[in-house]
Design a protein around this ligand. Structure first.
Ligand SMILES: CC(C)(COP(=O)(O)OP(=O)(O)OC[C@H]1O[C@@H](n2cnc3c(N)ncnc32)[C@H](O)[C@@H]1OP(=O)(O)O)[C@@H](O)C(=O)NCCC(=O)NCCS
Length: 205
């Protein structure tokens, strides 16, 4: 049918554009096509309103990047910025009196099975400004992400966390994440980290 063919063309051309953008950015750790597909999967995203948490937009980017720089070593700003652009629906900033004091970034990827395409998410980065910690901001950012992942039929959220990062591990465990295994060199050269995940009960076989 002509309409269907036209829609399909539009989707194919969007995927092409995204794949080209990702390739230009020389992404290495994820296949560009899966990233592009994941990005498309978040386009019709249902949200929960939270008066303090909004999507990261370009006006907030400088503050978000500052918090990212202050909290992590071995940073990759280009990749970070690209995730914020491609996965805008799943990149959250916590505002206090109009100022960014924390952020949480997820990306979504497809998992293909024989008969279905499932969505899985990765918590790519989470940080709260040092002056604003232990007031529940990290928990609220994480909870907002988890609730929206459930609402949008994401099967599972995974993450990597350094084995010595007790505040973060405690936060993730309280949110229901479990430790899957210990790995080396994922959080940085020579560093040990845990891979953790949270199943969201959406029926991935
Ligand atoms: C991890 C981080 C995001 C937590 O943010 P936060 O706003 O301070 O955390 P919250 O106040 O929401 O605390 C939620 C839970 O986290 C855990 N937690 C937070 N700070 C903690 C600390 N200093 N020691 C132990 N547990 C801690 C607790 O389990 C807490 O639950 P509780 O309030 O019932 O005790 C923050 O410490 C941070 O930005 N760290 C640097 C960046 C980082 O390591 N990010 C994670 C990368 S994987």
């Amino acid at each position: 049918m002509p309409v269907w063919v036209q829609d399909q063309c539009v989707v194919v051309s969007m995927v092409d554009q995204l794949v080209r953008k990702v390739r230009t950015g020389k992404r290495k750790s994820l296949k560009a096509s899966r990233l592009a597909f994941g990005s498309l999967m978040t386009k019709k995203w249902s949200t929960f309103a939270d008066p303090d948490i909004i999507r990261i937009n370009k006006d907030l980017m400088a503050d978000v990047l500052r918090i990212y720089r202050e909290n992590f070593t071995g940073i990759n700003e280009r990749r970070f910025t690209m995730y914020c652009r491609f996965f805008n629906e799943t990149c959250y900033a916590f505002l206090e009196r109009g100022k960014v004091v924390g952020y949480c970034i997820f990306f979504v990827r497809p998992v293909f099975s024989y008969s279905h395409i499932y969505k899985t998410a990765t918590l790519y980065s989470l940080a709260v400004d040092s002056d604003h910690r232990v007031y529940g901001i990290g928990k609220r950012l994480l909870q907002k992400g988890i609730r929206e992942m459930k609402l949008n039929s994401v099967n599972c959220i995974s993450l990597y966390v350094a084995t010595e990062n007790m505040p973060a591990i405690s936060l993730y465990k309280k949110a229901g994440f479990r430790i899957l295994r210990e790995l080396e060199d994922v959080c940085g050269p020579g560093l040990k980290c845990y891979e953790m995940d949270l199943g969201l009960g959406q029926g991935l076989p």
